[in-house]
Design a protein around this ligand. Structure first.
Ligand code: LMR
Length: 399
């Protein structure tokens, strides 16, 4: 029956973890998937998460959630993203559903837009973007195109290219924006640039679709990282927003996220939510319970919330300290090239500029694993492995 099924390639990101697991060398390092590791390279369960789990273990059943998830979770998630001053939140005009983390949010959003967005079936993604964006939107039934984002020469934002491409899109096209900590490049627009982007998007009546998978991870502050989303909303844009609690609460495997749309008024919101349910029900019926309870407990308790904010900041700071060390090491080892971007890039990743052959050589000779585009998860570096990593990179670059 399946003789005509061709073997598929390994996933560009999760396939790296598979290769890492097969490697038996004690020096091996996995810088592939964006998953935080502590200073000893171990997965990190946030203390605020452990406390929330203690609280919820005292109560609660295992009943089904509603199709759109745990109401107190979605309310608090929307508040975290949009902020208490948000006009659509205050006006009860945000349609929101729990999702199976960020990927699930993107998929619900893609499917909803493919079915109901009347003006366009084309979504423009930044070049490059997270490897899963293209298949998510393609499988949702949208046509996927790209806009200029990253400039290889400056290892920074191609702001002129980005603006020109927004200007030349057909009116009302859908544009995917990484709200903060752009994955894979770590290159974000400045606040002034976001304001310009918002103006062009308004002039062209484009539809902004935000992916916010790293709120808190870029700057260490959840409100600063929400600048783009909040600015767009305050400018009167209607937005789509995907949220993930994988990174900022370390809830990777719990699959906790949210998808929301700002709408005109409570009546429109109710209609939109009714259709979100109809999109979701045949996909997975209703979302998992445990992670949403954790996130909701943290977001709903002033003490746990401030403890969590400190923990997010701590994770962001450890990553920044690794950026400084990596930069210093590469310079001290007289590694050919300019390495300032390691320090200026934001969030969990650094887009090193290493070529695919260099990444292959690092895996084969040094047991160091990263995606083929040269992206490294900074969180995989620590005081124990950073010197070995820097020396290996230096050697790979010197050839
Ligand atoms: C990544 O880019 O490494 C993360 O977003 C994890 C994933 O699912 O790819």
């Amino acid at each position: 029956t399946w003789s005509a099924v061709p073997a598929g390639p390994p996933d560009a990101i999760l396939g790296v973890t598979e290769a890492f697991k097969r490697d038996q060398d004690p020096r091996k390092i996995n810088l592939g998937v964006g998953a935080y590791r502590d200073g000893n390279g171990k997965p990190f369960v946030l203390p605020s998460v452990k406390k929330a789990e203690e609280i919820i273990s005292q109560s609660g059943d295992k009943e089904y959630l509603p199709i759109t998830g745990l109401p107190e979770f979605t309310r608090r998630a929307a508040l975290l993203a949009y902020g208490a001053e948000s006009a659509p939140l205050k006006g009860n005009a945000v349609a929101v559903t729990q999702s199976i983390s960020g990927t699930g949010a993107l998929r619900i959003g893609g499917a909803f837009l493919a079915r109901f967005y009347p003006h366009s079936k084309t979504i423009y993604l930044p070049t490059p973007t997270w490897g899963n964006h293209t298949p998510i939107f393609r499988d949702s039934g949208l046509e996927v195109k790209g806009y200029r984002y990253y400039d290889k020469k400056t290892v920074g934002l191609d702001f002129e290219g980005l603006k020109a491409d927004l200007q030349s899109m057909p009116e009302k096209s859908i544009v995917l924006l990484h709200a903060c900590a752009h994955n894979p490049t770590g290159v974000d627009p400045t606040q002034a640039q976001w304001i310009e982007i918002s103006n062009i998007i308004k002039e062209k009546s484009l539809f902004p679709f935000f992916d916010m998978a790293y709120q808190g991870f870029a700057s260490g502050s959840t409100s600063k990282d929400a600048f783009a989303v909040r600015h767009f909303v305050s400018e009167g844009h209607q937005v789509a927003l995907c949220q993930s609690f994988a990174k900022n609460m370390g809830l990777y495997g719990e699959r906790v996220g949210a998808f929301s749309l700002t709408t005109a008024d409570p009546e429109e919101k109710a209609r939109v939510e009714s259709q979100l349910k109809i999109v979701i029900r045949p996909m997975y019926s209703n979302p998992p319970l445990h992670g949403a309870r954790i996130a909701s407990t943290i977001l709903g308790s002033p003490e746990l919330y401030s403890e969590w904010e400190g923990e997010v900041k701590g994770m962001a700071e450890r990553i920044i300290s690794m950026r400084d060390r990596l930069y210093d090491n590469l310079v001290a080892q007289k590694t050919p090239g300019e390495w300032g971007h390691i320090k200026s890039q934001i969030g969990m990743f650094s887009f090193t500029g290493l070529t695919t052959p260099q990444t292959k050589a690092l895996a084969e000779k040094a047991h160091i694993y990263m995606t083929a585009d040269g992206r490294i998860s900074m969180a995989g570096l620590n005081a124990h492995n950073i010197d070995y990593f820097s020396e290996s990179v230096s050697r790979a670059v010197k050839g």
